[in-house]
Design a protein around this ligand. Structure first.
Ligand code: GAL
Length: 404
């Protein structure tokens, strides 16, 4: 055998052996991850005090108890790389360093996330991880980081499968379980290839603070709540425990109407999206707090089956969504897309709701289900017509349980 052939064989054996170990960390995000991220409210205006105060607030105001676990620092935390290429935190904004900050957040019983980018520079123009993937994953692991959001700016000519797989392998090699949150905006349909690469992937470009609009930037658009919801069509087959369709960070508590906030939160919960808060949790209105800590809605999101809801019916501007839950239970959301209040009159027994994907049927023609309204606690059952009125952009969310 020629030497070059031998070399090739040795190389491929080596690749196989290496890849056999290079898996994403299992057991992270068995249900959609919950936490907070600095970007929507603070963009680049971040520092260590903000992160510490946010962690403190999450403990005090009940967000931690409600299940929000990660405190995630987005873009712009970076300083320079040192002479060995090791990334440093910005010494002015994070003078105590990331290790100390991670220790502080861990001390509160929370976890900490960081942000990088597959290109040479991040979207904010800071050092990205291209060519430094293994080094950066090691640095983050040494700091005690638990979560990496990995963006897609400055990646002209890069293959997304290769770039994200490289970072996954780097995280595995660094040896610390870090949730890998992929943020390539859905451009290369990551739901088709990333199940074994990331724990979640963004399905769209960035969310915009509106319920129903498209906001055009020079070369891309940002999307309102309804626009992001519509872009999930057909994606539910790709989502499940450990690998979620990420609909982007929440805009709840940032200026939408209270009904819109409720609908936005309910939709993200129904579609089993990660719930990453984007508001300033140090000062929240009571209404925002009630929405974000609603146990029933969170339980629907965190249901252990991890089945994403689908739209089973549309009647004018009203939409009907269903989500199969553990133990034969169901969640149903009725959403009013219009800017007018709309009456709802739904005869359960006229509809047999069949989920081809999970092979589950919500059969109110044969079984009577009792329902509980997740927002109001009101109860009823499916033997009677559901009569209600939805506010403009409002949504009703019901949890159904077969009557025994
Ligand atoms: C975008 C990303 C946002 C935010 C921002 C930071 O690409 O989608 O969520 O991380 O970059 O520059």
């Amino acid at each position: 055998m020629k030497r070059s052939m031998l070399n090739m064989l040795a190389l491929s054996a080596c690749t196989v052996a290496f890849n056999a170990h290079a898996q994403k960390f299992d057991g992270l995000a068995a249900t959609p991850q919950m936490g907070w991220n600095s970007w929507n409210t603070f963009a680049c205006d971040i520092n260590e005090k903000l992160i510490r105060d946010t962690a403190d607030a999450m403990v005090k105001n009940g967000l931690k108890d409600a299940g929000y676990e990660y405190v995630n620092i987005d873009d712009c935390w970076h300083g320079k790389r040192d002479e060995k290429g090791v990334i440093q935190a910005d010494p002015e904004r994070f003078p105590s360093g990331m290790k100390a900050l991670a220790d502080y957040v861990h001390g509160k019983g929370l976890k900490i996330g960081i942000y990088s980018d597959a290109g040479a520079t991040t979207c904010g123009g800071h050092p990205g991880s291209r060519g430094h993937e293994y080094q950066d994953a090691q640095t983050y692991a040494a700091w005690g980081i638990d979560y990496i959001k990995y963006d897609w700016c400055d990646t002209k000519g890069l293959n997304p499968v290769g770039a994200y797989t490289t970072m996954r392998d780097a995280i595995r090699a660094a040896g610390r379980p870090m949730l890998f949150s992929m943020c390539e905006w859905g451009d290369s349909k990551p739901w088709e290839w990333a199940k074994d690469v990331g724990h979640s992937w963004r399905t769209t470009g960035d969310i915009y603070l509106c319920f129903d609009c498209e906001f055009s930037e020079a070369s891309y658009s940002r999307w309102g709540v309804l626009q992001i919801l519509d872009k999930q069509a057909g994606l539910r087959v790709h989502s499940g425990p450990g690998h979620w369709n990420d609909m982007d960070m929440l805009e709840v508590g940032r200026g939408l109407t209270e009904d819109e906030d409720r609908s936005h939160f309910a939709a993200w919960a129904m579609l089993a999206s990660p719930l990453i808060l984007g508001n300033d949790v140090r000062k929240m209105s009571d209404a925002t707090k009630r929405i974000l800590t609603n146990k029933e809605v969170i339980a629907i999101n965190q249901d252990k089956l991890g089945i994403q809801a689908w739209r089973f019916m549309q009647a004018g501007r009203l939409e009907y969504w269903a989500k199969p839950l553990d133990k034969g239970e169901w969640a149903v959301m009725i959403l009013n897309r219009s800017e007018q209040a709309m009456p709802v009159s739904y005869q359960w027994t006229n509809h047999r709701v069949n989920d081809d994907m999970s092979k589950r049927v919500l059969d109110t023609t044969k079984t009577v289900y009792t329902w509980t309204d997740a927002w109001t606690g009101k109860t009823g059952d499916t033997s009677k017509k559901l009569e209600s009125k939805l506010a403009p952009h409002g949504a009703i969310v019901l949890r159904l349980k077969a009557r025994s």
